[in-house]
Design a protein around this ligand. Structure first.
Ligand code: FAD
Ligand code: UDP
Length: 400
C-alpha cells in the first residue's frame, strides 16, 4: 500500500467515535492499544490476543516491527541488524520456551576481540588477553588470578564504572580496554556512570573467550523480524506502523494502554528530559566472503570515532559472496537507545515512575518506559510478568 493509503486506513482505524466512548459505556474499539512493536509491545500483543482473546492495536512510529531488534536484507542481500548487533543470550528456560513458539534457533556463541596496542585480543579480559598483551606464559587460572591480584587496585566502596574495573584489573588494563570505549559510548567518564554498566563485562582467569556466560546462546534461525511477524500474526492484532502515539493519542479508543516508548515523553517531559544515549549506524558492504575473524571488534581507542564494528555473517551463518558490516558512532541526539545509568538520572526516573504508578490504565513496559539497561531476554521476562499481572487483575474483576 502507498503511504497515503496507509494513512487513510490508520485514520479510519483510529477515528474517534461519534460520542466519546468513555461516557456511553459501550465496548471500546480495542481492548488494548500498544505503543511500540519491539519485544515489550509484541510479547504483550501476542499474549493478550491469544490468551485473553482481546482486540489489540499495536502502533509504532517506525515503519517496521521488531523495535531495535529489527533485521532485514540489505541491498546486497545480506541479513543485517538495522540498529546494531543483537545477540540473544539468557539463563531462562521459560523465556526460550516462550519464544520457541515463533522461531527455530541457530546455536551461536558470541566472541569479541578488542584492538589494543595494534593487536586483536579477547575481551572480556581473560588469560589469553594477558598472555598476548604482556608476552606472558600464565598457564593456569591460579597463575592468572595471582597476576591480576598484583595489578588490581582495591576500591573499598565500588560505586562507579571506573571502580569496578580498577578494582578487578588495575588502572593500566582499565585505561586500555574501558576508559576510552566508555567515554565514547556514553559521552562521559566511567567515574560518572553507575557500576552496573562496566560490570556487564566480567574478568576471567581461564581461556573461555565467549562474550556471554549464559546457558542459552542462540539466534533466531530466520532472523528477528521473521520471529516478530509470527508473533504478531493473529486475527485479533491490528497494526499501525509509521504512526506516532503523540499524533493519535487524542483519538484512540481503548480500555487499556501498553506504553513502551520513553517514559518522560509520555508525560510531555513534565519534570525535564530523561537522558537517553543514541548511536548513529553506518552500514557498509564489502565484496569479500569475510572481513574480520569474529562478529564484533571493539575499538577502545578514543581517537577512533566508532566503538565497534560488526560483521553479521558470523551471527547469522549466512553464506554470501559479499559481507556487510555496521560501524557504531555514539551520539547525544537521535533515537533513544540506552538509558544512562547514573544516580541523578535514577532520581528523575523515579519521579516519572511515581506518575506512572498513579496512571492505572497504562502499563509501562520495556527498556525505554522503565528506564532500565535491559537485554532482550530481560524485556521478554518483564513483558511476560506484566501479562501475568493483567491476567490476575482480569480474574479478580471477573470474580467481583
Ligand atoms: P524497543 O526495541 O526500543 O521498542 C520500542 C518501540 O517503541 C520502538 O520501535 C519505537 O519506535 C517505539 N516507540 C517509541 N515511542 C513511540 C511513540 N511515541 N509512538 C509510536 N512508537 C513509539 N539486547 C540483547 O539481549 N543482546 C544484544 O546483543 C543487544 N544488543 C543491542 C545493541 C544495541 C545497539 C542496542 C541499542 C540495544 C541492544 N540490546 C541487546 C538491547 C535490546 O535492543 C533491547 O533490550 C530490546 O530491543 C528492548 O525492547 P523494547 O520493546 O523495550 O524497546
Ligand atoms: N565496555 C568497554 N570496553 C569494551 C566493552 C565494553 O569499556 O570493550 C564498557 C562500555 O562502557 C560499554 C559497557 O562496558 O558500554 C557494556 O558493554 P556491552 O558490550 O554490554 O554494551 P552493549 O552491547 O549493551 O552496547
Amino acid at each position: 500500500r502507498t503511504h497515503a493509503e496507509m494513512s487513510a486506513l490508520i485514520a479510519l482505524s483510529l477515528a474517534p467515535p461519534a460520542a466519546p466512548a468513555i461516557h456511553t459505556g459501550r465496548r471500546k474499539r480495542y481492548d488494548h492499544v500498544i505503543v511500540g512493536a519491539g519485544f515489550a509491545g509484541s510479547v504483550l500483543a501476542e499474549r493478550l490476543a491469544s490468551q485473553h482473546d482481546a482486540k489489540v492495536l499495536i502502533i509504532d512510529r517506525r515503519d517496521h516491527v521488531g523495535g531495535n531488534a529489527y533485521d532485514r536484507l540489505d541491498d546486497a542481500g545480506v541479513l543485517i541488524h538495522q540498529y546494531g548487533p543483537h545477540i540473544f543470550h539468557t539463563n531462562s528456560d521459560e523465556i526460550v520456551a516462550y519464544l520457541s513458539q515463533f522461531t527455530k534457533w541457530r546455536s551461536y556463541e558470541h566472541r569479541v576481540l578488542a584492538e589494543v596496542r595494534g593487536m586483536l585480543v579477547p575481551i572480556p579480559i581473560n588469560r589469553t588477553t594477558l598472555n598476548r598483551l604482556f608476552d606472558l606464559a600464565l598457564g593456569s587460572d591460579e597463575d592468572a588470578a595471582r597476576y591480576l591480584a598484583g595489578r588490581s587496585e582495591p576500591v573499598d566502596d565500588i560505586r562507579t564504572s571506573e571502580d569496578v574495573v580498577v578494582n578487578a584489573v588495575g588502572r593500566e588494563l582499565y585505561e586500555m580496554f574501558f576508559r576510552g570505549y566508555t567515554r565514547k559510548q556514553w559521552g562521559m567518564d566511567p567515574s560518572e556512570l553507575d557500576r552496573a554498566v562496566t560490570a556487564r563485562i566480567p574478568t576471567r582467569t581461564g581461556t573461555d573467550d565467549r562474550y556471554f556466560g549464559d546457558v542459552h546462546q542462540i539466534m533466531p534461525a530466520d532472523g528477528y523480524t521473521a520471529m516478530f511477524e509470527r508473533m504478531l500474526d493473529h486475527p485479533n492484532i491490528e497494526r499501525a506502523l509509521g504512526t506516532d502515539w503523540r499524533d493519535v493519542r487524542d483519538t484512540v479508543d481503548a480500555a487499556h494502554l501498553v506504553y513502551t516508548g520513553p517514559i518522560d515523553e509520555y508525560f510531555d517531559h513534565r519534570f525535564g528530559k530523561l537522558p537517553y544515549r543514541s548511536l548513529r549506524f553506518e552500514h557498509r558492504t564489502v565484496e569479500a566472503e569475510q572481513f574480520q575473524p569474529v562478529a564484533v571488534i571493539n575499538y577502545p581507542d578514543e581517537a577512533v570515532p566508532y566503538t565497534r564494528v560488526t560483521e553479521y555473517k558470523h551471527l547469522t551463518g549466512q553464506q554470501h559472496p559479499a559481507t556487510s558490516l555496521t560501524y557504531e558512532y555514539p551520539a547525544a541526539g537521535g533515537d533513544p537507545f540506552y538509558p544512562i545509568p547514573r544516580p541523578e538520572n535514577q532520581v528523575l526516573f523515579k519521579k516519572y515512575e511515581a506518575l506512572a504508578d498513579a496512571t492505572p490504565d497504562v502499563s509501562f513496559v520495556g527498556r525505554l518506559a522503565t528506564y532500565r539497561y535491559y537485554n532482550m531476554d530481560q524485556v521478554v521476562g518483564q513483558a511476560l510478568a506484566t501479562f501475568r499481572r493483567l491476567d490476575r487483575a482480569r480474574e479478580e474483576a471477573r470474580q467481583n
